[in-house]
Design a protein around this ligand. Sequence first.
Ligand SMILES: Nc1ncnc2c1ncn2[C@@H]1O[C@H](COP(=O)(O)OP(=O)(O)O)[C@@H](O)[C@H]1O
Ligand SMILES: [Mg+2]
Length: 244
Amino acid sequence: ARAERLATLGELAASLAHEIKNPLAGIAGAVRVMADELPASDQRKEIMEEILDQVHRLDKTVHDLLAFARPATPALAPCDLHRVLDRVLVLLAQDPAAMTVRIVRVYHSGLPPVHADAKQLGQVFLNLLLNAVQAMPDGGRITLRTALRGVNGADGDGAASEARAVEVRFSDTGPGIPAPLVSEVFTPFFTTKPRGAGLGLSICRRIVEDHGGRIEVESPPGQGATFRVVLPLGGADSRPGGLP
Ligand SMILES: Nc1ncnc2c1ncn2[C@@H]1O[C@H](COP(=O)(O)OP(=O)(O)O)[C@@H](O)[C@H]1O
Ligand SMILES: [Mg+2]
């Protein structure tokens, strides 16, 4: 019944999101036309910028809601996680808030490709990185670590052929997540940010689970937050018929 309720809610959210997106685009277009007609010195231009800013924010929330309500089925292909991560880091560097954050990459050499949707994984990694950046407004460090996981989750320093999964870990030096809230962060609409939608991590979890993987968080007091994404290995070792 819960799954059914969620499915109905998903349908509703998706159609509502579509209904909202078009008028928003209309509002933005109209305001832009008005703004363009004003001389550069006109103070009303600033008000219009503010309107556009708010419209943009609404559009992003609706976009997130849509992604949450109607996740696309992953288009699986062999995927070099380091390349996906590096591409996302280029995007992140364009965010002014990321300027005070140092990124440290500890990549496992010879990480085998995973069978995954690179675009969707990129979305997961970007969400995690943006959360870390937002948690450290005064700057800090994000450490990105990749590793192989062996049988029974054993540390995968062994050969790639013995590994069952790969892991990507995002550790930050921010304030971390208070213990009572750790279990809440993946809940849709949970946010501690005045302007947050609270959908980022629920979308991440949805995507990772659609890939047969899992996502976890740890936040020991005073040691920032660490998000861990574990993805089953595809390629030569993958079981026939794809991912579990
Ligand atoms: N790296 C992090 N450090 C501290 N808190 C975090 C971190 N990542 C997520 N959180 C907490 O989890 C909440 C939910 O995150 P998310 O689902 O991405 O929504 P949003 O970013 O819109 O708040 C955040 O509001 C924050 O309280
Ligand atoms: Mg977020």
